[in-house]
Structures are given as C-alpha cells and as structure tokens.
Design a protein around this ligand. Structure first.
Ligand SMILES: [Zn+2]
Length: 231
C-alpha cells in the first residue's frame, strides 16, 4: 500500500481510529493544545501543530504566549499552527499582532508553520517582508486561495509549501500551478483517511499515476517533518 499523508486535519469528537495514513493535527483554539499533544505522542505517524487560529485571538488567557512556548519547547515533534490572518473575522490588528508573535516563535524554536490566510495576502506579504530574516524554515499554506501571482512570490522569495484539500479540487488552477516539490495533501476535516481520495483526484488533475502522486506528496511531507530541529 502506498504511503499517504494528511498534512492538515483537526480533532475529532469521535475516537481516532487506527489510521491508514499519517496526519498532522492542527489546533484552532488554545483549549485544543493538550489533546493535540496527547494525540501526537500516541503514534509515530501522528503529528501536531499548536497555536492560535485567527478566529480565536480575542479568547486567550493573559499568559498564552508563555504557555505556547513552554509546550512547544517540551515537545520537539510539534509544529506551530494553525496561525494566520482572516479578513472575514474582526480584530485584524489583534490578528496581526498574535500571528507575528507566533511566526517569530516558530523561527526561534525552528518549527514549521501551518498557515491559514483568507483574503489578507497583501497584509501577509508585508509581514513576511518585515520579518524576512526571522521566518521559520517551512511554511505550509493550507488550502491556498490567493492569487497565482502571489503564489509565485511565495515560492520564489519564501520557502512555502501548499497543502490542497477538497475545496481546491473543485477549482484546480492553483494545484496545476504548483511545482511538484511544493505540493502537499490535506482533508482539513476529522477523518485523515479521506486524504487517499484527495491524492487520487490530484493525480487525475495533474495527469500522473496515483502511486507516483502519493510518493511525491509523502516525500515532500517527510522533508518538512524531518527537518533539523536542533536550532
Ligand atoms: Zn484547519
């Protein structure tokens, strides 16, 4: 059986079944952190990302940053995520502040970032430019929905990867424009095994054999997960 990886999923209210695929579970609210950490410790092919999602920036304890830093420091296997900006939600100034703090923390601790960015790519580019020398080594743009020109800049100027899921499959122009070495697969849901079908559909869109597609994505994902964490 080929190896598959869901690089962006979320906690389930059900028990996590014995998965056929590897998975990176993402926190949204800070109350997810401990469950994500437990899950990432439960199996070799399960990973976690903890952080504050732009939807939940106004619902944080005062010491959130210290808590986040401590938990990341104690758990080398964790990424930072999902973090970012979302124009459909209030508090853009607060979103930018909380995002930038987490981006710099990811650089300091040498962890990849899971990025959520909706309708705020100009602001995102300004932040990336401002901290150009303090960016984490890998940033995964989950379910990228921005313009193709910005995507080209994220590839040539920054070390971005692009994780595609069911919504991207319905409008595949970004999938078609992504270099093979930067493509990842995701469900953004709570059943990571669903990524097998996502990968099969991506293979069809890109007109390559499903096995080859699975191998490329698995290799890309492992390259990020096995990065040198001794900052
Ligand atoms: Zn998500």
């Amino acid at each position: 059986m080929e190896k598959y990886f869901d690089s962006h999923c979320h906690l389930s209210t059900k028990n996590v079944p014995n998965l056929k695929v590897g998975a990176i579970y993402n926190a949204a609210h800070f109350s997810d952190w401990d469950n994500i950490i437990r899950l990432s410790e439960s199996a070799e092919n399960l990973y976690g990302a903890i952080g504050v999602h732009p939807w939940y920036v106004s619902d944080l304890p005062n010491n959130w940053f210290e808590l986040l830093k401590n938990k990341l420091t104690e758990n080398q296997k964790l990424m930072v995520g999902e973090i970012g900006l979302d124009k459909h939600h209030d508090n853009m100034d607060l979103q930018i502040d909380i995002f930038a703090k987490q981006l710099l923390l990811a650089h300091e601790l040498n962890r990849p970032v899971q990025l959520h960015c909706v309708g705020a790519w100009e602001k995102m580019l300004a932040i990336l430019k401002m901290y150009r020398n303090k960016l984490p080594s890998f940033i995964i743009a989950h379910e990228y929905s921005g313009p193709l020109e910005i995507m080209q800049r994220l590839i040539s100027e920054y070390n971005f990867f692009f994780s595609y899921g069911p919504r991207n499959l319905r409008n595949p122009l970004r999938i078609l424009a992504t270099p093979m070495g930067r493509i990842l697969s995701e469900t953004d849901g709570d059943n990571p095994d669903g990524v097998i079908s996502v990968v099969e559909q991506m293979a069809e869109i890109l007109n390559i054999a499903p096995k080859k597609m699975a191998d490329i994505i698995y290799k890309n994902t492992m390259g990020i997960l096995r990065h040198d964490q001794t900052a």
